[in-house]
Design a protein around this ligand. Structure first.
Ligand code: SF4
Length: 393
């Protein structure tokens, strides 16, 4: 990355009211007492970048966990550090992930005053039984309420996250969720297939037969149904799991940067960064993170630059790996795909030559479409996206 190149900023808030049964994210319940000193550590970690040449921030994303557990005063404290450390682009996108039931109108008003202009609400389902099975604390009425508060506070960019492929979920209940969600007319939707992860209570229950595991055909039908239904309701699918309203077309700029394999700086426990040709990772546990940030720098000298005292692992990315990652990430983008021109400009080599055999193999299988300006997934490729991506690992 050259001086003055823009980057994204991700801030991880690893606290939740309750750990959901399916969740394997780096997040913890019952640690709220740590929040104020965790925020202080975040501010210190941000200040670590003060020594770098000018860094222009294009997007800021508060993810978690449940960032909406932070009071507006604590969020303001983080913004003070951000403003003192980085240059901010004028059309900055600032997103907060939030859980329904944690949002009030005054809180949303304060977010707007702080500069937030995008909110991502973890709706997951409109069906009460499904939300309970996931151990979610909210009902769909909370989603409706949060959505209305956010709209009246002035948020134009509102995303709703949904999950499909849940135990006991039927194609009909999924249809019901989609219908109720579309009635709210959110600007953006993210749809994820539930993945049963090691170490989660939900996997243990599925393995013991207490709850049925959804079969792959049903999950595929749900995805295909969503594609058709959302297209009918004027949503454009621009990424494997993401849709924007066609009439108010606006991709999530922060995630778009990930798919374009552009730099980002991750702050907080377990946060990942892709910056100055390195991918590096912070220590995961909030308490360890706070300890490392507060410790004497001599105790945790940086293994490499870039990184901070919280960094525990760092890898220098060579050109070939960066090219592969650019292909794998860029193919997530269904409208833009990977552009030949951008690839050649970035790497000084032609995509068509670099991946000649792989592209021809995937095209023969009907999984990608090789166009005149870009290469992208076909509709069959979307269903087998992970198989396509694995060709570039
Ligand atoms: S609210 Fe989200 S981050 Fe928190 S435990 Fe549930 S799924 Fe995980």
């Amino acid at each position: 990355m050259t001086a003055n190149q823009s980057t994204a900023l991700y801030i991880h808030i690893p606290f939740c009211r309750l750990k959901c049964s399916y969740c394997d994210f780096n997040t913890y319940a019952g640690m709220d007492a740590l929040i104020p000193i965790y925020v202080d550590a975040i501010c210190d970690e941000i200040r670590h970048y003060q020594g770098d040449s000018e860094i222009y921030i294009e997007t800021i994303f508060f993810g978690g966990g449940t960032p909406s557990l932070l009071s507006s005063e604590l969020l303001a404290k983080i913004f003070t550090s951000i403003n003192r450390t980085f240059k901010l682009q004028s059309d900055l996108e600032i997103t907060l992930e939030a859980n329904p039931g944690t949002l009030t109108k005054p809180y949303l008003d304060s977010l707007i005053s702080l500069g937030f202009n995008r909110i991502s609400i973890g709706a997951q389902s409109a069906i009460t039984d499904e939300l309970q099975l996931l151990d979610r604390l909210h009902t769909f009425n909370h989603v409706i309420e949060s959505f209305k508060y956010a709209t009246s506070a002035g948020f134009h960019q509102i995303n709703l996250d949904l999950l499909y492929g849940l135990p006991n979920q039927t194609e009909s209940s999924w249809q019901d969720t989609l219908s109720q969600v579309v009635d709210l007319r959110p600007q953006h939707l993210s749809l994820y297939a539930l993945s049963l992860e090691n170490g989660t209570p939900m996997l243990a229950r599925a393995s013991s037969g207490t709850i049925p595991t959804p079969d792959q055909d049903t999950v595929t039908n749900m995805y295909e149904h969503a594609e058709t239904f959302l297209a009918l309701h004027n949503y454009t699918q621009y990424e494997v799991c993401n849709w924007t309203k066609t009439s108010n077309y606006h991709e999530c700029q922060h995630n778009l940067r990930y798919w374009l394999n552009l730099p980002y700086i991750g702050i907080g426990a377990g946060a990942h960064s892709w910056y100055k040709q390195h991918r590096y990772t912070n220590t995961k546990l909030p308490y360890h993170y706070i300890q490392r940030i507060n410790s004497n720098p001599d105790k945790h000298p940086l293994a490499t630059h870039p990184g901070t005292q919280a960094t525990i692992q760092s890898t220098l990315i060579d050109d070939e790996t960066e090219m592969n990652e650019t292909m794998m990430l860029g193919l997530h983008l269904l409208v833009n795909g990977v552009s030949y021109r951008d690839f050649e400009k970035r790497f000084g080599t032609k995509l068509e030559h670099q991946y000649k055999r792989t592209l021809s193999h995937l095209e023969d299988k009907g999984l990608i479409q090789i166009g005149s300006t870009n290469v992208r997934l076909t509709s069959s490729g979307r269903l087998l996206a992970n198989r396509v991506f694995s060709e570039f690992v």
